[in-house]
Design a protein around this ligand. Structure first.
Ligand code: ZN
Length: 453
């Protein structure tokens, strides 16, 4: 039987680092190396940590709560020692390790047991090729979530991780844009487990698990060991036999006070938790009668879900769904933007859909207006006045006659049974009308005229 467990690392979404007031910086934001630093996060001799960032403590508690964990009320910082160029002090401050009390433990999230979740500081970034070290991210708060070995295959792992990332993104505790890293442990048939360290994307996590299961089946019995994933070859490689916890020489941190959490603070943080994607999905399906598939697309990202909820206050879901899940999302995808990176206002979107609903403008024109909202939206009413739909039959008929006269080849093709020719002719009518002709009417009129001619 296959057993898979995860140790997941992500960046907490905070403004400042853990023990100094430097900006917490990671993921896509890149400052010039070593510009976002101070004596504390570069571990200069004599420097001592400031009191831990309250925002980080609050967010780790909220994360543990959403994972169903019991919160421990007395937390002690530990020094975890190791020698590596990315660690200027020679130790990492962490609330983890064999003698530590984790922030949260014994939780359960979507059917998978959570062993514990804790908080630690990020080391610097070391480039082994050049030997250069960038301390910008040194001291940023990291969250670590450890699951029990409850997964049975790679698909289960990936589905669960996607939901986890979406949920923690919803409650704004992790920086989902900087991604996650995971250590994955795999064992089969009750053999010892192999741990694959530091895998940095969902697709690599999937590939590493699948490779590792096949390898273990071939090489039974397995010894406990640490491996790494080679992305290029798609294989796992042995690094060392598993290090024991003692190797890190954990001691409790003398420069930081014990964190005492009272029930009141924990309850307050609990009451401030926003809806999870699972709750939002349920609400869209039950309360607003949205079909499951659309609801799943809408709830993938919080900003899209909230935008949609705003829109359906004024627009029927039937119209709002395709315009959000297909049109809006494809415009964002095309511009490689997230909704929270652009300034598209729900009220402008609502106005646009009202114009479509009332047939003041054609769908084609509305799409064009939507496409013009690359950075920000503007009121579509003014724009639409120039482009109101021509639904007047006589006017469209004039255009259609002109198109038929000017395109004898397409007319002949149509008569000999080529359906595509009709699409071409409709396209010409739309073009002549500057996309203002009502599509359906144009089609009807063209078909009629073609049959008569
Ligand atoms: Zn600093």
């Amino acid at each position: 039987m296959v057993k898979i467990g995860l140790e997941i690392h992500g960046y907490l979404l905070t403004n400042e680092k853990l023990f100094c007031r430097c900006k917490s910086e990671h993921g896509l934001k890149h400052s010039k190396p070593n510009t976002n630093i101070c004596p504390i996060c570069t571990g200069q001799p004599g420097s001592k940590p400031q009191l831990p960032n309250k925002e980080a403590i609050d967010k780790i508690i909220q994360t543990a709560l959403i994972l169903g964990c019991k919160i421990n009320q007395k937390l002690i910082w530990q020094r975890k020692h190791y020698n590596w160029p990315d660690l200027p002090k020679g130790f990492q401050n962490t609330i983890s390790g064999p003698y530590a009390v984790p922030v949260g433990q014994k939780g359960k999230f979507l059917g998978i047991r959570i062993r514990e979740s804790h908080l630690e500081e990020d080391p610097a970034a070391w480039n082994p090729k050049t030997g250069e070290i960038d301390y910008n991210r040194s001291g940023s708060p990291l969250i670590e979530i450890v699951t029990e070995p409850d997964f049975k295959n790679s698909e289960e792992v990936i589905d669960w991780l996607k939901q986890l990332i979406a949920t923690l993104g919803y409650i704004k505790t992790i920086d989902k844009k900087s991604g996650i890293k995971a250590d994955v442990n795999v064992s089969i048939k009750n053999s010892e487990r192999a741990e694959i360290k530091n895998i940095n994307s969902l697709s690599n996590i999937k590939a590493a698990i699948e490779y590792e299961i096949k390898r273990q089946e071939k090489e039974l019995p397995i010894k406990q060991e640490t491996r790494m994933f080679d992305e290029k070859q798609g294989i796992t490689i042995r690094m060392r036999t598993k290090e024991q916890a003692e190797d890190y020489r954990f001691i409790s941190e003398p420069d930081l006070p014990v964190i005492k959490l009272d029930k009141k603070r924990i309850n307050k943080l609990k009451s401030q938790l926003p809806e999870t994607p699972q709750e939002k999905l349920k609400k869209l399906i039950k309360k607003h009668k949205i079909d499951k598939k659309s609801a799943e697309i809408l709830t993938k990202k919080l900003e899209i879900a909230e935008f949609f909820e705003e829109v359906i206050k004024k627009i029927t879901p039937k119209l709002a769904i395709p315009w959000t899940t297909t049109e809006l999302l494809s415009v964002l995808n095309y511009n490689k933007k997230e909704l929270d990176e652009v300034d598209i206002k729900p009220e402008h979107f609502i106005e646009l859909l009202k114009l479509v609903e009332n047939k003041t403008i054609t769908e084609l024109k509305a799409k064009e207006i939507l496409r013009s909202w690359k950075e920000k939206s503007s009121s579509p009413k003014k724009e639409s006045e120039k482009h109101s739909t021509i639904s007047e039959k006589s006017e469209i008929e004039k255009l259609a006659k002109k198109v038929i006269k000017e395109n004898p080849k397409a007319v002949e093709d149509y008569k000999s049974g080529k359906e595509n020719a009709l699409h071409f002719l409709i396209g010409q009518v739309m073009k002549l009308s500057n996309k203002r002709a009502d599509f359906k009417t144009a089609r009807e009129i063209l078909e009629n005229l073609l049959q008569q001619s």
